[in-house]
Design a protein around this ligand. Structure first.
Ligand code: NAD
Ligand code: UDP
Length: 310
């Protein structure tokens, strides 16, 4: 019998790539999504695939599923700052109530539970780069708290289920990831800059552009997911690309790769915007023999090509 997986957030950017990979590995996959920030078109290529089923539903009121799962992957959650700020309660609830329901389901069906957590659990970090032992610097009532505190709670919930009830868990702290199928309107920096450059509009740098991020291409992240499924490790693992770039550097790279003559303009820096972010990936290297392979320039080239096609 083939392995069976449930993927929440399946119509989103990362979820849809995970579904593709699981199907390629021979899994039967049920994808759940309420389309809050995801798009049906991300799964359109699977409409004829007999091993894939899509259920349009909210995981906060999880529908009943027949039969057991081997894996429950919880990816459902708004992920881009403008989206989670627009949906604060939904973001808190999908990571709190949704995580609880999915852990219950995993326990009931004997599945392993996989949580898509985030580098945002480190907040505006006082340690650099961030390794998994760092507890973070998070404002519990700041605008980002609806996301970062919710993910911290989800990590705590999963860990408690593991420790008190023996449910096998995996927790990935995902650092900024980009690639084809991101929603061009999601407001994240990579999609904003590419869209603006292709339309010939000004690129909007928030603040002076000296803040840094580390950008990981989607295929590397999914490779890391699969590697983590293959080991028995219930503590959080960072997956990200340690190449660190200022936002201004990213803007110039996007201009170069698109050949755009857009100008650069500056807009106010959002409150609590982290100054620096770079993953320490020693643990993933040691535990999984994993490291990212796609440099930013190559990943951006592929992403720009995909955006030009749509
Ligand atoms: P996305 O917005 O493209 O996908 C999230 C999906 O979840 C969407 O399809 C949305 O409709 C769905 N969803 C939201 N609430 C739901 C609910 N209550 N019920 C059912 N479906 C719901 O975002 P993404 O970038 O693909 O992120 C996927 C996961 O990875 C999220 O949990 C996010 O927090 C995490 N993550 C992403 C990044 C990144 O850089 N992309 C970084 C860190 C963590
Ligand atoms: N940013 C920017 N211009 C934009 C969108 C974002 O300068 O049009 C900045 C944002 O303030 C942050 C960084 O780019 O410093 C990354 O933002 P994003 O929303 O992609 O992800 P974050 O890492 O903040 O969650």
């Amino acid at each position: 019998m083939s392995m069976r997986a449930l993927v929440t957030g399946a119509a989103g950017f990362i979820g849809s790539h995970l579904v593709d990979r699981l199907l390629a590995l021979g899994y039967e996959v049920v994808g759940v999504d309420n389309l809050l920030t995801g798009r049906r078109q991300n799964l359109a290529h699977l409409s004829e695939n007999a091993r894939f089923a899509f259920v349009e539903a909210d995981v906060i009121t999880l529908p009943h599923f027949d039969g057991p799962f081997d894996w429950v992957f919880h990816l459902a959650s708004p992920a881009s700052p403008p989206k989670y700020l627009a949906h604060p309660i939904e973001t808190l609830r999908v990571n709190a109530d949704g995580t609880r329901l999915l852990l219950e389901l995993a326990e009931k069906t004997g599945a392993k539970f996989f949580l898509a957590s985030t580098s945002e659990v480190y907040g505006d970090p006082e340690e650099h780069p961030q390794n998994e032992r760092y507890w973070g610097n998070v404002n519990p009532i700041g605008p980002r708290s609806v996301y970062d505190e919710a993910k911290r709670y989800a990590e705590a919930f999963a860990t408690a289920y593991h420790q008190s009830r023996g449910v096998p868990i995996r927790i990935v702290r995902i650092f900024n990831t980009y690639g084809p199928r991101m929603d061009p309107e999601d407001g994240r920096v990579v999609t904003n800059f590419i869209g603006q450059a292709l339309r010939g509009e000004p690129l909007t740098i928030y603040g002076d552009g000296s803040q840094t991020r580390s950008f990981q291409y989607i295929d590397d992240l999914i490779d890391g997911f699969v590697a983590l499924m293959g080991v028995d490790h219930s503590e959080p693992v960072n997956l990200g690309n340690p190449g660190e770039f200022t936002v201004a550097e990213l803007a110039h790279l996007v201009l170069e790769l698109t050949g755009s003559r857009s100008e650069i303009v500056h807009r106010p820096l959002p409150k609590d915007d982290p100054r620096r972010r770079r993953p320490d990936i020693d643990k993933a290297k040691r535990l999984l023999g994993w490291e990212p392979r796609i440099p930013l320039r190559e990943g951006l080239r592929r992403t720009i090509a995909a955006f030009e096609r749509t």
